[in-house]
Design a binder for this molecule. Sequence first.
Ligand code: XMP
Length: 178
Amino acid sequence: MKQLLSEDEIRGGIHRLAAQLTERYRDRPLTVIGVLTGSMVLVADLIRQLDLPLRVGVIQVRSYRGAATTPGPLEINDSMLPDIRGRDVLLVDDIFDTGHTLARLIEQMHELGPSSLRSAVLLRKLGRQQVSIEPDYVAFNIPDVFVVGYGLDYQDAYRHLPYVAALDDDDLAAGPLA
Ligand code: XMP
């Protein structure tokens, strides 16, 4: 496992992101929607730096299954989503990879009538996108490697790491509990 972003670098990236968002929304109330489970750590750190009237909610998406690092069919569970009609909404996800997850979420959430809907991600993998949309805010661009830590998992492990690390093929083959 090779460290890609240190705790300090992540802290700096979140600080810059929070400053951009605070400036963008000024004193307008914002509803932050975190995409479970990968954005948990990011949302916890980001919201504490947002100097805005704030609501927080979550939506759940499952795309990666079991040992696979390639996406399976998407399952979206919006039963925990608060009412977003007429609100300024920021969707927060851990990583923008092919982009299918964010594209689907944005499409579905638009139907709920928010007055605005923007998106922010911690990481954007370079050269992987298969959709025409882009996140409105990106803290870091990274190369095309499988990453874990700071909320991101491999087979449900590593989410608690305070840094972001890349797994190589041997790490992936060995699995998280080896
Ligand atoms: P897409 O391809 O739809 O993927 O943009 C977004 C979701 O896929 C997961 N994902 C990853 N998870 N390391 C992970 O732990 C990765 O390198 C990675 N790439 C994609 C993640 O759940 C993200 O929300």
